[in-house]
Design a protein around this ligand. Sequence first.
Ligand code: MLT
Length: 356
Amino acid sequence: MTVPQYTFPFKHLLGIEPLSPLDVTSILDQAKAFEEVCENPEIKVVPALRKKLVVNLFFENSTRTRNSFEIAEKRLSAEIVNFDAGSSSLSKGETLIDTATNLQAMRPDIIVMRHSAPGAHTLLARHIDASIVNAGDGAHEHPTQALLDAYTMREHFGKLNGLSVAIVGDIRNSRVVRSNLWLLTKMGAKVTLVGPPTLLPAEIKETWPDVELSYDFDEVIPSMDVIMMLRCQFERGTGMYIPSQGEYAKYYQLNAARMKRAGNEAVVLHPGPLNRGVEITSEVADGPNSLILKQVTNGVPVRMSVLHLLIPSRVQLTLNAKTPKFLKNRGNLIFQKLAGGDCSPPYQPAIKRNAV
Ligand code: MLT
C-alpha cells in the first residue's frame, strides 16, 4: 500500500489563515508520528533536516517558543544559528531588509522569526529564498501555537470537529487567539470568545461571523469542552483596558470556584507564560483538568512536523505489514525524509525511493 501523496502547498508558514483542513490534518497527523519518535529513547533524533541550516531570528522575547523550535530542529538534525536581535546590528540601526539580505547571503534553508510587527514575515519572505516560519508577529498570528493547541485537543478528545471551545481573556492583544480562530473554525469546532467588552473587539465577528462573543464567563463555562485562557498582555497595554487586576480576576479568572461550574471532562489550556493569580490560579493551572504542560510537550513534534513539511524533497513511503499501525493513517509521511537515513528498528520501514 502506498500512502497517498500529500505535499504541503506553501513555501512558508506565515499563518493559519491560508491553510486548508487537509493541510492542518496533515501537519497534525505527521506530528503524531514525530511524537512517537520523540518518545522513543532509541530514536529521538532523525536525520530529516541533516545539512539544512535553520536560523532562529527572535526580535521579541520568548523562552518557550524559541526553546521548542530549537529542540524540534535538533531532533531533526538541522544546523542551527540563533540570532539574538538585542546584540545584532539591528540595535545599531540596520533595517529588517538589511538583516534579511545579509542572512540570505548565508544561504539558510529555513528562518523561524518572531517580530513585533504584524506582517513582518510577509516582507521578509519577499526578500529571501529560505522558507519562513512565523513564530509570532505582533497581535496577528502565532500559527505553531494554534497547531499545538489543536494537537493537544485532538489528542485528548480524538477530534476537533464539534468541540466547544471558550477562549478567554485578552482577545484584543492576542495573536494566539487569531491563529486559533482560523484553525478551529476551519476544523469545525464551536468557538466562544469571552472577555470584558474592552478586550473583546466586536469587529471579530466581521472575519469570523460564526464565533460567539460573551462577557459572562460564568454562564459560558458549563457547556465547554475546552477552556483556553489567554495571558493578559500587560506589556502591550492591557492594563489600560481593565479597572484593576483584582477586578479582572473577579470576573475572568479561571479559579477553583469557576472550575466547579465546568463539566468533569472539561480541559484547560493556556499558551503561557502564565500570570498566576491574574487570569488563572495555580490550583487550576496545576490541577487535574490542566493540559498546559502537555501543550508544551506537544510543541516539539508539532514544530518538527511543520519544519519537515517545508523542506521540499520527497521520498514516497511504501507501507508493509511491519509498519507501525499509526503510520498507516493517511498523512503520516515522516519516513519520506527518513528514507536513506539512519533510522533504526522498529522504525525501519520498507521504503521505495521515489523523489517527487
Ligand atoms: C505568544 O508569544 O503570543 C505567547 O505564546 C502567548 C503570550 O505571550 O501570551
